[in-house]
Design a protein around this ligand. Structure first.
Ligand code: GTP
Ligand code: MG
Length: 194
């Protein structure tokens, strides 16, 4: 029996056995805690009202959701950003998490300059793992929560993030300013999935 014929839980599942994950295009959301990963997933793919995302609990472990979006079947992985879960994803679950990725969204809270260096450590590890396990996977850096940055400072914020993350080293990784309260998040996801 193929995987698709099995009962696939459509709702959120906590990942323990990742072997049977061949369904649709795999997207991976990574980033430090509270940067907005689960909010993005729920607003973009599940039409959640952005104003209600404050109630989303911190993600425990790695969650996977199967969904349809613009005619695509998606297999969306949401890794809890607390250090324990990140380490679990980068070490114990590395191969399962980083294999067969179509798009990796690395999410940074643009308003939290103080966290950039810590985020960068995981960013660099994510780049390496993607290269090792999904060489054709595409990665994008989301300079998220842009609504918290005054409009006239947004270009500067993007420039600063590009410098801190040394994006000149990774010519295929773009940085996109996003917010769940603006069209920018949908535009960014559509651009990456194209
Ligand atoms: N201002 C602003 N807040 C946002 C945005 N996106 C998410 N948030 C808020 O950020 C907080 C954390 O959101 P989550 O989606 O739970 O963050 P997470 O990255 O999934 O966190 P972990 O599961 O702990 O890794 C919530 O209060 C959201 O409402 C955004 O674009 N702008
Ligand atoms: Mg979360």
């Amino acid at each position: 029996m193929s995987y698709l014929e099995e009962e696939i839980p459509k709702e959120d599942v906590l990942i323990k056995d990742l072997d049977k994950s061949d369904f649709g295009s795999k997207l991976l959301f990574l980033g430090l805690a509270q940067t907005g990963k689960s909010s993005i997933i729920q607003v973009v793919f599940e039409n959640r009202d952005p104003a209600t995302t404050k109630d989303i609990p911190a993600t425990v472990g790695v969650r996977r959701r199967l969904m349809d979006f613009s005619g695509l079947s998606l297999n969306v992985y949401d890794v809890g950003g607390q250090i324990t879960y990140l380490e679990e994803a980068f070490v114990d679950l590395r191969e399962s998490i980083f294999s067969k990725i179509k798009s990796l969204f690395f999410v940074v809270d643009t308003s939290k300059y103080g966290d950039f260096e810590k985020a960068k450590m995981y960013f660099v590890r994510a780049v390496k793992n993607l290269k090792d396990y999904s060489p054709h996977g595409k990665m994008v850096l989301l300079a998220h929560k842009m609504d918290l940055v005054p409009k006239e400072e947004r270009d500067k914020a993007i420039e600063f993030i590009s410098e801190v993350f040394e994006l000149e080293k990774y010519l295929d990784i773009k940085v996109l300013g996003t917010s769940i309260f603006e069209d920018s998040i949908l535009d960014a996801v559509e651009k990456v999935l194209k």
